[in-house]
Design a protein around this ligand. Sequence first.
Ligand code: AKB
Length: 317
Amino acid sequence: MKNILVIGSTGQIGSELAMHLRGIYGSEHVVAGYIPGAEPKGELKESGPSAIADVVNAQTIADAVKLYNIDTIYNLAALLSVVAESKPRLAWQIGIDGLWNILEIARENKCAVFTPSSIGSFGLETPHDMTPQDTVQRPRTIYGVSKVTTELLSDWYFHKYGVDTRSVRFPGIISYVTPPGGGTTDYAVDIYYYAVRGERFTCPIKAGTRMDMMYMPDALQAAQMLMEADPSRLKHRNGFNIAAMSFGPETIYEAIKAHKPGFEMVYDVDPLKQSIAESWPDMMDDTCARQEWDWAPKFGLEEMTADMLDKLTKKLL
Ligand code: AKB
């Protein structure tokens, strides 16, 4: 039986991942880890156990692992790409010093660890079209540098100590439950909120700038599937390219307009976000994930747009 600790359980991905895992493994087997000041609320708080699990305070992680007899850790603690550029030291402390703490505790307690990487682990020199699984990774953001380090450190703990580390390179994740904060791909979430409220959207990314994106249900499925995958089939570990859809602002705008003909969008390009977006893949090749653990997304842009507009309408109006 799995006992799982989700670190960062009140963030964009963590809040939905914890509930998804509770649905699969049973609520009492999934502990919602949080930092003081960001306590779980509502269903997340009421449906199962929670514990302080602050990656920069190793003792809190060790205590939660021991108290709940944890065997699997999903580590979602990170600053996203744009905010990390203005707080590089904190981004490193959370992303890398924090990961070190987790991997040490995992080694001592024989836990498996999932720590996501990102499309942000690639850079300008990476082939942008059908970005291969194994290719150049020379990002120029601190977020990207920390994600490449995450992949390498996680691989090192596997090869050196046998810690069962696995990860995916997440695209921009789109969801209607908890908003993201400080990412380059956030525009693709924000645009739906504006459309549902009937407001004009100002897009910070230039038309024609394609990035990989994914709807949250597919992202949750990917994380859980990879952690359940047969290890004898895994040639890679940290981190797998996973792709679902790729678009620029003009394409998501058209998809929304098909449902909301009056919706308007204008551009006011943010130079930092734009330069980060241009350094990321247009679309990743996820053949290895498909071959090694049967990855297959369910949502494309049209299906996601219909569902996002429906769920956000219920949430906001
Ligand atoms: C970001 O934009 O920083 C994240 C990511 C793609 O890793 N959403």
